[in-house]
Design a protein around this ligand. Sequence first.
Ligand code: M6R
Length: 358
Amino acid sequence: MLKEIFEQPTTIYDCLRGRLDAAAGTITMAGIQQYADQIINANRIVIIACGTSWHAGLVAEYIIEDLCRINVEVEYASEFRYRNPVINKGDVIIAISQSGETADTLVAIESAKEKGAIILGVVNVVGSSISRASHAGAYTHAGPEISVASTKAFTAQLTVLMMIALKVGYMKGTLSSDRYRRLLNELDAVPEKAAWVLNHHDHIKAIAEKYKDARDFLYLGRGYNFAIALEGALKLKEISYIHAEGYPAAEMKHGPIALVDENLPVVFVATKDMYHEKVVSNMQEIKARKGKLLAVITEGDEMSKSICDDVMIVPETDEVIAPLINVIPLQLLSYYIGVAKGCNVDMPRNLAKSVTVE
Ligand code: M6R
């Protein structure tokens, strides 16, 4: 798992390579290009996936709606396949899967296909069942992911989904040329920024030692970072067996805040974005209730640093691109907590790498 976490600057670079040309201002994705008109004119996009891939879909929902002004719904494949979803001809389905063999996702796309939907696969394993069942799509090129907990496949999925959103938004005219160019440059700079975060792993290891005996964790984030809070909580559960929940930060007052006491570490994904002020006020509410406050924050954000017990610092980037970098310290935190507790982080109990059964 550690090897795969540390491969991310390379895997993100490999995913961008041959597609994104920041100097020329172009994104080349043949599979997407082929269905560009249908995507641009889609009434809605439905994203189907499971687990970590579902979290990538949730980040994509926020980005596609923002940049492309297309209605997006994100569905758990296991729910989608058994209910009777409304699929209209011309709906575009994006199926996300690392393995390309997840039974729930595969069956869900087969049934959507029968109803006339266009299926785009965002898949890691070349030639897998989901890639073959899709009309088109884009491979994530993360290389083989062996560890059960998905890390580099997730950031590669986000990279592909961000490129799709940028390309479609620009072609559709909902994303201005200036912002498009700025986001291309930011995406291009992610491998370097991911490497910067990884170089600070010792600091995160020390934080893990400090909190490894906690019984529960709460992860909070808003907007683009809401799904990153969910992913942080899932990763911790999977490999350390500590109970962890992720919530939209503003939702905590509707229930989860009752859990907060001096024993509960609360991890905020609190990088600088349009929600930042509100997130800081959510952090203050946790502090007032004596919760242990941890946060992923932007380099130079001294104010957030001053109210937290511990911080994981990431370099500044555009808020649309930030989830791609913000998840990395949370992967490291889970990894080091799992190791400190003596867990088999590569093969956690009760889990399989590909879930090919219902
Ligand atoms: O291969 P897939 O991306 O379709 O797998 C989906 C989930 O089973 C997977 O993401 C699972 O949640 C991972 N263990 C997460 O780390």
